[in-house]
Design a binder for this molecule. Structure first.
Ligand code: G3H
Length: 254
């Protein structure tokens, strides 16, 4: 806390909170892009904050990615009843370890919650997708996502995420030409924060996101500032946990 005050991070947090129009900003010293201990610390701080929000009977939805993975890895023990953890979306292709479903089950085990999985690959045909989304078990999970009390999500750069999701070069170029700068929970956003493309397995409606009580974004690194700025939902329920690298860059966009 001392270090926080001395380094002036509290001022930056307050300035960014007002600028982004959200509930709270927490800034961790350093930059995840130049020091990989910062990512862990960002996860730990986010996890402790999220722990303080959790009440009995809460439904917690998580996305995938390395930032949310650190929240899960560093989640403290908790003593609440009847918690449920669910993935906020389907799969993301290759890296199983950091997929939303994997992280949901890991977090559930850590906090003694129940969990549900959502194994819907990103690149299904429309027909196959429709069939899957009509499966009773999948339908049930999808309905629970919009009823969640806490959403924990990562924010990515549009170009990087499109590659990670295995989009073709043509598709990537089209997205970028349309002005995509950010990706979060399967939505691609332009600079103005408008959604310009939704992954078909994006089962969470943006309107639903707005109604979730606690929306916690975890994203750091200098190169993510533009993406984070675009996903600012101007949502009074949103909390951003970031690092100094991203925060200082965000101030420049102001
Ligand atoms: O949707 C965005 C990604 O979840 C961000 O992933 O935390 O690995 O950068 P990352």
């Amino acid at each position: 806390e001392m270090i926080h005050e001395i380094s002036g991070l509290s001022n930056i947090e307050e300035t960014l909170q007002k600028y982004l129009g959200i509930n709270k900003v927490k800034v961790i010293p350093g930059d995840i892009e130049s020091d990989n201990t910062v990512l862990k610390e960002m996860g730990r701080i986010a996890a402790n904050y999220i722990k303080s929000l959790i009440e009995d009977n809460y439904i917690i939805a998580v996305t995938g990615g390395s930032s949310v993975a650190q929240v899960v890895e560093n989640f403290p023990k908790i003593n609440k009843n009847n918690l449920l953890v669910i993935p906020a979306r389907g799969g993301i292709g290759r890296i199983v370890e950091t997929q939303a479903s994997t992280l949901a089950s890991k977090l559930a085990l850590r906090i003694g919650a129940g969990y549900k999985l959502l194994h819907v690959p990103d690149n299904l045909s429309r027909d196959a997708l429709e069939t899957m989304l009509n499966e009773p078990d999948i339908k049930d999970t999808v309905e629970k996502i919009s009823k969640s009390n806490i959403l924990i999500f990562g924010i990515g750069r549009a170009d990087e995420m499109a590659k990670r999701r295995g989009l073709s070069d043509d598709e990537i170029n089209e997205l970028l030409q349309k002005g995509a700068v950010a990706e979060a929970f399967g939505c691609y956003f332009n600079k103005a924060g408008e959604i310009i493309y939704k992954t078909p397995t994006m089962t969470l409606d943006f309107e639903d996101v707005k109604n979730i009580e606690h929306i916690i974004a975890i994203a750091g690194g200098k190169s993510k500032a533009q993406a984070v700025e675009a996903v600012k939902t101007k949502n009074p329920n949103m909390v951003l946990v970031t690092d100094e690298g991203c925060a200082l860059e965000l101030l420049k966009l102001k």
